[in-house]
Write a protein that binds this ligand. Structure first.
Ligand SMILES: NC(=O)c1ccc[n+]([C@@H]2O[C@H](COP(=O)([O-])OP(=O)(O)OC[C@H]3O[C@@H](n4cnc5c(N)ncnc54)[C@H](OP(=O)(O)O)[C@@H]3O)[C@@H](O)[C@H]2O)c1
Length: 284
């Protein structure tokens, strides 16, 4: 009897030790594999949508923003969730700096309720609008609208995002090939993208102490709704772009999303303050 009892005690303590071991390692595994979270502005369509899908394909959870196209944004989020990642869509007017405090309050709520997190890891400043107008014709109103969305908004959204961004994370700003080469009609737009490239270096320098990498991706002409869809829908414009592109075609959103997703991985951990142009070699 004594022999049986001590055998049972031994088995119980073995089971208990096994249970504790599994529990501790499961916890460690969950912590180690907890998905990173990216916030992509303008993720309802075009380049931002492709970035969101490519990020999710790398196992990164994604929060996208939209300005007006809520249904499209919800569809992108649903597609990501269908493939097993977590996703959410939030409204944001990137040109309305006054709304940013409320935006980040909503973001904090979503992070807690849906992602079981207080912070996120990557910010992709993608949302944007285009303007094709000759230098001599560009109005103050056009300039200001562009400035608000393309530069002022990015500057102050990122500033506010710093309170929610994990150390060791990253910021990817979206510029344009037009900041390197020159095409008539884009003086205001290209100047603001030039400013994005400059602020990228300053962000990288000042945020390096927190381990935050900051890079800029500069797409060439890509067939999206951008600038009224001219690159995609206007055969003459499309042919002109093709003629000056070394790889011999107009860019597609699929040419860009993966570059941004790569910058949000461990393999890109030593890259910061860099400008990566993805233009198929436009205007070399
Ligand atoms: N396509 C190109 O040839 C090209 C080349 C170089 C750089 N880029 C840059 O790439 C980025 C994305 O361009 P895209 O081609 O994907 O353009 P797009 O197809 O027109 O999509 C624009 C995205 O930005 C959002 N957006 C527009 N205005 C906004 C605002 N005021 N506040 C917040 N979100 C706003 C839109 O939201 P809604 O859907 O809700 O309207 C949409 O998600 C832009 O920064 C653009 O400058 C584009």
């Amino acid at each position: 009897m004594k022999f049986i009892n001590s055998g049972l005690i031994y088995t119980n303590s073995l089971l208990y030790r096994l249970f504790t071991f599994v529990q501790q390692n499961l916890k460690r595994y969950n912590m180690a594999t907890k998905s990173k979270i990216a916030l992509v502005t303008g993720g309802s369509r075009g380049l931002g949508k492709n970035m969101a899908l490519k990020l999710a394909a790398k196992g990164i959870d994604v929060i996208i923003t939209y300005n007006s196209k809520k249904d499209e944004a919800l569809q992108v989020a649903a597609e990501i969730e269908k493939n097993g990642n977590r996703a959410a869509a939030l409204q944001l007017n990137a040109g309305d700096i006054g709304s940013f405090t409320t935006f980040f309050e909503s973001l904090a709520g979503i992070l807690k309720s849906k992602f079981d997190a207080d912070r996120f890891d990557y910010l992709v400043n993608n949302a944007g609008i285009g303007l094709g107008a000759a230098f001599k014709d560009t109005t103050v109103e056009q300039f200001d609208e562009l400035m608000n969305v393309q530069f002022r908004g990015v500057y102050f959204l990122t500033q506010k995002a710093l309170n929610y961004l994990n150390d060791g994370g990253g910021i990817i700003n979206i510029s344009s090939g037009l900041a390197r080469f020159t095409a008539p009609g884009y003086s205001a737009y290209a100047s603001m993208k030039g400013a994005i490239e400059t602020i990228t270096r300053y962000m990288a320098k000042e945020l390096g102490a927190r381990g935050i990498k900051v890079n800029v991706v500069a797409p060439g002409a890509i067939a999206t709704d951008f600038a009224g869809g001219v690159i995609r829908d206007n055969p003459q414009y499309n042919a002109n772009v093709k003629a000056v592109t070394t790889l011999g075609r107009v860019g597609e959103p699929d040419d860009i999303g993966g570059v941004v997703a790569f910058l949000c991985t461990e393999d890109a951990r030593w890259i910061t303050a860099q400008r990566i142009e993805a233009s198929g070699g436009m205007n070399l």
